[in-house]
Design a protein around this ligand. Structure first.
Ligand code: HGY
Ligand code: MN
Ligand code: MN
Ligand code: MN
Length: 392
């Protein structure tokens, strides 16, 4: 694959949903993503690939009979975190179409159907639950629960989708022979253009509701206050400290304050903890320690704290034989773990799954600074074409 061909197709989507920050505002089923989904259909049409929707919001472009036995899926997601990077997700979809072009140019005829997939709501940036589309496809979430998830304007996923999600595809295991997701590396490990994933850290999201006594910021004596912001601030520090001590990753980056006024002590502060660790025990003990520290502090501040687990992604070990086989196929490409979640992680519980990572020179992701060299992206397409030819 030449850099030029990659860059030409990449340029077709680069500006879609880009904000003045240089980051992307691409949320599930909203305007920019609907434009990207039309682009997806247009790419499929250009390649005579019929498009199906699984009733959950996931799109599939087929080379061969839709959902024919043992189909191989490849793709990723379009949605971003607010002001996130443009590669996380779309790189896997653009590379999939280009890999198919390359396979066709080499005269490959797949022995099983091959589909490019665009999963919906992978980041959970609109409806709050990551990998929503792949969880619905694989039966990992109840469709009615998914339909009721609401965005910040009170729009439900069901309304955005225009129907109650269809839920799991019957006989998924026999229909899908393998899934391969190509993704920009979200880390700094790769020193060659392409790597193969070995595992995904367990990770999850916990909602911390800190409640106190709303009051006047100017007339309330310090000794009379029951300020939930104080307990929240302490909890952020505690999460950071516990993570540093245990080697886990803990972040409290999303906060809702009510009322959100300069001169009013809030009655409610809601913060979300994103916690991840190389093993489940470390992650669980981190969350336990942070909850304990928050509750103790609430006792001192005269506030209350309630913790709700909102999403959990268990530890994923990708199919080792498949990872080794692909690494060998790609000239002994390095095999490496990641602490980022992916749709491939969800589906790996049910079908043979692999991930290819494309080198990220800075390692930065979920930021406008996210970037991959066109030469490495082209190498990623070559690798994906080789892997998909091997699997079909
Ligand atoms: O949050 C994650 O790990 C992924 O980027 N959705
Ligand atoms: Mn992401
Ligand atoms: Mn992603
Ligand atoms: Mn993903």
């Amino acid at each position: 694959m030449s850099e030029k061909i990659f860059s030409a197709l990449w340029a077709e989507i680069e500006a879609i949903g880009r904000a003045s920050s240089g980051g992307y505002l691409r949320y599930a089923l909203d305007e920019p993503e609907l434009v990207l989904r039309d682009w997806f259909r247009n790419q499929a049409d250009r390649r005579d690939m019929p498009v199906t929707d699984d009733g959950n919001g996931n799109l599939f472009a087929w080379w061969g009979a839709a959902w024919g036995r043992g189909a191989v899926l490849t793709g990723s997601h379009f949605d971003s975190v607010p002001h996130g990077g443009g590669y996380d997700g779309p790189l896997g979809i653009v590379s999939a179409f280009l890999a198919i072009d390359q396979m066709r140019a080499a005269g490959h005829t797949p022995s099983v159907p091959l589909a490019v997939v665009a999963f919906v709501e992978e980041e959970g940036g609109r409806f709050g639950l990551p990998c929503l589309g792949s969880r619905l496809l694989s039966g990992a979430i109840d469709p009615a629960k998914a339909a009721a998830l609401t965005d910040q304007d009170g729009v439900t996923f069901g309304e955005a989708l225009g129907a109650t999600p269809a839920g799991p595809l019957p006989g998924l295991q026999s229909r899908i022979g393998a899934l391969v997701e190509l993704h920009i590396e979200q880390g700094r490990q790769l020193e060659v253009p392409v790597g193969v994933a070995s595992a995904i850290w367990p990770h999850g999201r916990w909602r911390f509701d800190f409640t106190g006594h709303g009051d006047h910021a100017g007339t309330t004596k310090m000794s009379d206050r029951r300020d939930p912001m104080l307990t929240f601030a302490y909890t952020v520090l505690a999460a950071n400290k516990e993570a540093r001590l245990s080697g886990a990753h803990a972040t409290m980056a999303r906060v809702v304050v009510e009322p959100n006024a300069t001169n009013a002590i809030p009655s409610l502060v809601r913060g979300w903890l994103d916690a991840r660790a190389a093993d489940t025990a470390t992650m669980d003990s981190l969350v336990e320690a942070v909850t304990k520290r928050a509750t103790e502090r609430a006792g001192r501040d005269g506030t209350e704290v309630a913790v709700t687990s909102e999403s959990l992604s268990s530890e994923v070990t990708f199919d080792t034989a498949l990872a080794n086989r692909l690494s060998g196929l790609l000239g002994d490409a390095p095999i490496l773990p990641t602490s980022a979640g992916h749709d491939a992680g969800v589906l790996s519980a049910l079908v043979p799954t692999a991930m290819l990572f494309v080198r990220n020179p800075t390692g930065i992701s979920h930021s406008p600074a996210e970037f991959a060299e066109p030469a490495d992206c082209a190498a990623g397409v070559d690798a994906l074409a080789r892997v998909l030819s091997e699997l079909t």
